[in-house]
Design a protein around this ligand. Structure first.
Ligand code: FMN
Length: 189
């Protein structure tokens, strides 16, 4: 049976985001139910920017998913239990250009009120509305050795900063106390 996902306030999440990204991995998905693509990702970031809760995804230009995230207003990040490791491995080693990842893995698509696609089997989902994107640039690397190691082909990631517009979780936080994001700090933080 699919887990029941409930809308939660991100400030009440209890998981460790470093573990979620580095060990559990996620599926980045964009497009509509009729035309979308998804891929596994483990590089990313979550935080507060412009007084908003944000998530940042890093996608190399050759990924099929790149085209979908690049041209969509929204993207989603779906996290799963260990049971779905094979699904994440599959979606991280095959391209949507040549296989239907949903058909091959058997995961079920669902969509938010904004029409963003995510997966019903996920334990945690973030819907993000794109605010800003840019490519990482060779000349801006301060650690040149890292740049040479990660980008021998110069296929620099494009990063997409998205405002988290919705967070769905199977874990119900202890108490929904409706924490607000602090806009009283002003715009020059
Ligand atoms: C564990 C794991 C993490 C990955 N993280 C990223 C990532 O953060 N960014 C990225 O561009 N590719 C990442 N990839 C590679 C893509 O998932 C992979 O190239 C995928 O096949 C792309 O599919 P697509 O062409 O359908 O978009 C990762 C792969 C794995 C297995």
């Amino acid at each position: 049976m699919e887990p029941i996902l409930k809308q939660v306030n991100v400030k009440l999440l209890t998981g460790n985001i470093f573990k979620l990204l580095d060990n559990d991995w996620m599926l980045i998905t964009a497009g509509t139910k009729d035309s979308f693509n998804t891929m596994t990702a483990s590089w990313g970031s979550f935080g507060i920017l412009w007084n908003k809760p944000v998530a940042i995804g890093f996608i190399r230009p050759q990924r099929h998913t790149f085209e979908f995230v690049n041209t969509s207003d929204f993207f989603t990040l779906s996290f799963f239990n260990e049971k779905y490791r094979d699904v994440l491995n599959f979606c991280g080693h095959h391209s949507g250009r040549s296989v239907d990842k949903v058909l091959k893995t058997g995961i079920s698509i669902a969509s938010t009120n904004n029409g963003s696609v995510y997966f019903a089997e996920a334990k945690l989902v973030f819907e993000c509305k794109k605010i800003y994107s840019d490519d990482l640039k060779e000349e801006n690397f301060i650690q040149a050795d890292l740049m040479q190691k990660i980008y021998p082909k110069k296929d620099f990631h494009r990063f997409f900063i998205g405002e988290i517009t919705s967070c769905l979780s199977v874990e119900i936080p202890p108490k929904e106390i409706g924490l607000k994001f602090d806009e009283t700090k002003g715009d020059n933080v």
